[in-house]
Design a protein around this ligand. Structure first.
Ligand SMILES: Cc1cc2nc3c(=O)[nH]c(=O)nc-3n(C[C@H](O)[C@H](O)[C@H](O)COP(=O)(O)O)c2cc1C
Length: 196
């Protein structure tokens, strides 16, 4: 294809820079430094490396959780299902400076294996992370966490012990809204698999 033949489409408006990468997970990050553990909701999160498994979360310095994660250098990523969505939103509008989010939302702190902060018992998957790097980006500081262990709800394991995450009722964050997962479209590599 010759570049000079490509024309701009009038179907689209061009906007100034802004965040438009959606859908994203909105996760509940549990953390602790001292007696009272806290939970912060984070949508600016991503898988950033497979081996070692690594996750990034971006947190504003003003958040109560920022100092906690900076000091303790650990956090737990708790995946959010439909039942947890109200609590996820609430942890994203109230600060741990003012309230104990575990008790006010009747969430169960559960002991993890490799970090001292608790995970959220009601979450289907708790991912334990140790902070490897902090990167100042502007409004947010990115904490890059190395995954040190994953806790999965036994009810999501099938008879072959395979994880059925599609049965977890996970929720996506899309431009200000929370959505359930839609129908399955395909699976990894289906575009190149021979049809039976
Ligand atoms: C859906 C959603 C996504 C959010 N994503 C982020 C985020 O990625 N980073 C961040 O710093 N704050 C984010 N927030 C805001 C914090 O969760 C919120 O300020 C919270 O009250 C901070 O709690 P803390 O002061 O106890 O740490 C988000 C809030 C919501 C509702």
């Amino acid at each position: 294809m010759h570049m000079e033949k490509i024309e701009r489409s009038d179907k689209k408006e061009f906007w100034k820079p802004g965040n438009m990468l959606y859908p994203l997970p909105a996760v509940m990050i549990s953390c602790a430094a001292g007696a009272r553990p806290n939970i912060i909701t984070v949508a600016w999160c991503a898988t950033v490396c497979s081996d070692p498994a690594m996750i990034s979360i971006s947190v504003r310095k003003e958040r109560h959780s920022y100092e906690i994660i900076k000091q303790s250098r650990e956090f737990v990523v708790n995946l959010v299902n439909e039942k947890l969505t109200f609590a996820m939103d609430n942890c994203g509008v109230k600060s741990g400076r003012d309230i104990d989010k575990f008790s006010s939302l009747k969430l169960t702190p559960v002991k993890m294996h490799t970090v001292s902060c608790p995970g959220i018992g009601e979450s289907p998957v708790n991912i334990e992370c140790h902070v490897e790097k902090m990167i100042e980006l502007g409004s947010h500081t990115m904490f890059i966490g190395k995954v040190t262990g994953v806790n999965v709800d036994k009810s999501l394991l099938d008879e072959k012990n395979s994880l059925r995450l599609d049965k977890a009722g996970l929720v996506a964050y899309l431009h200000g809204g929370y959505f359930g997962m839609g129908k399955k479209i395909g699976s990894f590599g289906y575009s190149v698999k021979r049809k039976k």
